[in-house]
Ligand binder design. Structure first.
Ligand SMILES: Cc1cc2nc3c(=O)[nH]c(=O)nc-3n(C[C@H](O)[C@H](O)[C@H](O)COP(=O)(O)O)c2cc1C
Length: 333
């Protein structure tokens, strides 16, 4: 049975180690083109999350919405790590009105009993990955979908599951967005930078994670401008479910919360054996972002499209992408 240990004195070295471990765990978070646009500053009893513009995508993501969403996922990973280590954490989001790149400040204030779910989530951080292969398994059962939606909602965003007729509208929007991006040299140059042989060491998407041929999916995956080495079946993916991560406003805070919710939903999906593929081209292109908003009955703001599906039982694990060394993303002051 869980005991109340909140009155135990806090050891400051343990506190510092937990914050440092949280920043390390956050490094495994998903990010747009694996750019990892975050920087963590650990001071004595604080962990601060900053947006790192040096790894921003000026053409693909000029207002940093997807970079901030990625940072939100990293923030959630850090909170999962602290909960699994038995810490109650105080979080201030956007704590400095003068500095909008200072996204969050975390302090641990007392010990809490460790819940089994927190340990499971911490372990799942190392197992979660993006799967670009067609989802060829059985249909995703309704209970799993409900659990994923609930995880997203509990972290502060919404997840709208598209009806089959809406999936065709989504496919049209994605196709339009990909054509727009394919037609712009600057867009393609940025994509090549993050997915080609000269991508920054420890970041970007290697050929091992890019399909060897275009998958036969209802809604196209990202067009990387070249084929990679990832073996994909030539079968169609009729059982894939498409969802829109959304919220009521379109501010920095909303993007940060959406990223936290993305992480919460994705970790839950991974635990349930559901593969996740984010599709962001429709939100990168302003015109198609408006089209996707119509799929939400114009009431809310779309942050990201997700494909959910049961993987082909014949598939091995999806390939891992590299990560920057901790020294490049964590600063100890
Ligand atoms: C905000 C965001 C947008 C993304 N958009 C896409 C996308 O459009 N297409 C795609 O194949 N992957 C997309 N991804 C997945 C990233 O490429 C992936 O998280 C990154 O390469 C790290 O790989 P991992 O998720 O396997 O750890 C996106 C991820 C995030 C967080």
């Amino acid at each position: 049975m869980a005991t109340d240990i909140s009155s135990e004195p806090v050891d400051t070295r343990e506190e510092a180690r937990a914050l440092s471990d949280a920043a390390t765990a956050a490094g495994y978070a998903p990010s747009i083109l694996n750019s990892q646009p975050w920087r963590w500053r650990v001071t004595g009893d604080e962990l601060n999350l900053h947006l790192d513009h040096s790894r921003g995508l000026e053409v693909t993501d000029p207002d940093s919405r997807l970079a901030i969403l990625s940072c939100g996922a990293a923030l959630h990973h850090a909170l999962v790590s602290l909960a699994a280590a038995g810490w109650h954490t105080l979080v201030a989001r956007l704590p400095d009105a003068e500095n909008p790149d200072h996204l969050a400040q975390l302090r641990v204030d007392h010990r809490i009993p460790v819940e089994p779910a927190a340990i499971r989530h911490r372990q799942t951080i190392g197992l979660r990955h993006t799967d670009r292969r067609p989802a060829l398994g059985a249909p995703v059962d309704a209970e799993k979908l409900r659990a994923i939606v609930a995880a997203v909602v509990s972290a502060g965003a919404g997840l709208h599951l598209l009806r089959p007729d809406q999936v065709y509208d989504l496919a049209t929007a994605v196709d339009h967005a990909q054509r727009t991006e394919a037609g712009e040299d600057a867009w393609q140059a940025e994509l090549r930078h993050w997915t080609g042989g000269t991508r920054p060491l420890g970041s970007g998407i290697p050929d091992a994670a890019i399909p060897r041929r275009t998958p036969q999916t209802t809604v196209p995956g990202r067009d990387f401008g070249h084929h990679g080495d990832l073996v994909v079946s030539d079968a169609h993916d009729p059982t894939a479910v498409f969802a829109i991560l959304y919220g009521t406003q379109d501010t920095t805070l909303d993007w940060l919360l959406a990223g936290e919710a993305l992480s919460a939903g994705w970790l839950t999906a991974t635990e349930l054996g559901v593969a996740v593929l984010p599709l962001s081209s429709t939100v990168e292109v302003t015109a198609t972002r408006v089209l996707v908003r119509h799929l939400l009955a114009d009431l809310d703001h779309p942050y990201l499209v997700l494909r959910l599906g049961m993987p082909d039982p014949a598939d091995g694990p999806a390939p891992r992408t590299p990560r920057l060394p901790a020294g490049q993303i964590i600063e100890r002051i």
